[in-house]
Design a binder for this molecule. Structure first.
Ligand code: CAA
Length: 381
């Protein structure tokens, strides 16, 4: 087994690291305080083509490695986790849904290429007030009207919703069929009746923009149906398998970012006549955390490699998301404790990372759902 990253992976990792330190780090505390998203920086990174890195060039991607993309999400999340989720939703959930769908290459290219080039932004609308963990419980409905569909309903917790140009909307064409009647459509910003609802005020990932999306008699061309009735649920699940690797990368980035701050602080901060890094109790804590970070990294990179090799990755993705998010929560909580009173203050950043880590245990399938997925495979006859 080769544990070395390829030249492409190292190059993308380095580029994302430099971008995060130069372009994201300077304003990250203010954006957290003001709940503002770094849209200019998002467009700047997008211009490198990175959001389309893992997709086929025939649909506008770069034919690169999924792990390269994951390494980039990890790097930006070390500095700004909100940026990491916007990136992951754009690539894994929006482009991933389109790419994995049964849409024609023409439609795939129409919607993936501009997102891959950083000119447009995508989002993913599955969750509804009564369809969270039970994603099959959709109430949004699409009714055919000639060569169009009319969509009515509402979606919630939609990351990138307030500024997305394109949204994949999952909905039912026949409510009586339930999951067997689930389809998916691409809806463009500005389509009459399609609007942004309440913008969420959150515990963490303040700068990420998350909103309700309201659909009132939204008329969408039939060619924008990327999953036919009966195919929608499986498409959402497949896109989420990729998305969960993205959330795991975000979580690992948060853990590594907080660990780095704690380590640097411990070398600087002197108490009882020596840097606190030389208190054995704290050293043992850091040794344990570093070991867990590396174990999380192993699960994450394995899941990404399984995906890029075309092997089944539902369970590796669930394990990576489960473990990386738990490690992120643990490392950030410990980092706040290591920094003592300073850890509780905004300027030291670990309190933000602790708030940001929490959502990684919840979105794109709670960790209880990940255990359901893992256990389901374990006991399948
Ligand atoms: N890939 C392909 N097909 C899959 C699949 C997968 N990963 N998972 C399930 N399926 C298929 C099954 O094989 C089954 O197919 P058949 O009918 O042909 O047998 C079908 O889908 C139904 O499967 P289940 O019976 O397992 O479905 P379920 O209703 O019991 O639900 C679940 C399973 C795992 C609980 C699923 O509902 C789930 O993942 N829930 C969590 C939803 C979620 O992650 N939401 C997050 C939304 S996005 C977000 O967080 C916001 C954001 O912007 C970041």
């Amino acid at each position: 087994m080769d544990f070395k990253l390829t030249e492409e992976q190292l190059r993308v990792q380095q580029m994302a690291r430099e971008f995060a330190e130069k372009d994201l780090a300077p304003g990250v505390i203010e954006r957290d305080m003001n709940s503002t998203f770094p849209l200019d920086e998002f467009n700047k990174l997008g211009a490198t083509g990175i959001y389309g890195l893992p997709f086929d060039p025939k649909v506008g991607g770069q034919g690169g490695s999924y792990l390269s993309y994951i390494l980039a999400v990890e790097e930006v999340s070390k500095v700004e986790a909100s940026f990491g989720i916007a990136f992951s939703v754009n690539t894994s959930l929006f482009c991933g849904s389109v790419d994995l769908s049964s849409a024609s290459d023409e439609i795939k290219k129409k919607y993936i290429a501009p997102v891959a080039a950083g000119k447009k932004i995508g989002s993913f609308a599955l969750t509804e007030p009564d369809a969270g963990s039970d994603a099959a419980g959709q109430k949004t409905v699409a009714v055919q009207d000639g060569d169009h569909y009319i969509i009515n309903g509402s979606k919630c917790f939609n990351t990138n919703g307030p500024f997305a140009d394109f949204t994949v909307v999952y909905c039912l064409t026949d409510p009586a069929l339930g999951i067997k009647g689930m389809a998916a459509f691409i809806v463009e910003k500005g389509t009459p009746g399609f609007r942004v609802g309440k913008i969420e005020d959150k515990m963490g990932i303040h700068s990420a923009q998350v909103s309700d999306m309201i659909l009132e008699n939204v008329r969408v061309p039939a060619e924008n149906m990327i999953a036919k009735p009966g195919e929608g649920f499986k498409l959402a699940m497949k896109a989420l398998d990729g998305g969960r690797i993205g959330v795991a990368a975000q979580a690992l980035g948060i853990a590594k970012g907080a660990f780095r701050i704690a380590r640097d602080y411990m070398l600087e901060r002197e108490q009882f006549g020596k840097p606190i890094a030389f208190q054995q109790y704290l050293q043992f804590t850091m040794a344990q955390l570093q070991t867990e970070i590396e174990a999380a990294e192993g699960l994450l990179y394995k899941a990404a490699i399984r995906k890029e090799m075309g092997e089944p990755y539902t369970v590796p993705a669930a394990m990576a998301k489960l473990y990386c998010s738990d490690v992120a929560m643990k490392v950030t909580t410990q980092a706040v404790q290591m920094l003592g009173g300073n850890g509780y203050m905004r300027e030291y950043q670990v309190e933000r990372m602790m708030r940001d880590a929490k959502i990684t245990q919840i979105y794109e399938g709670t960790n209880e759902i990940q255990k359901l997925v893992i256990a389901g495979a374990l006991f399948r006859k």
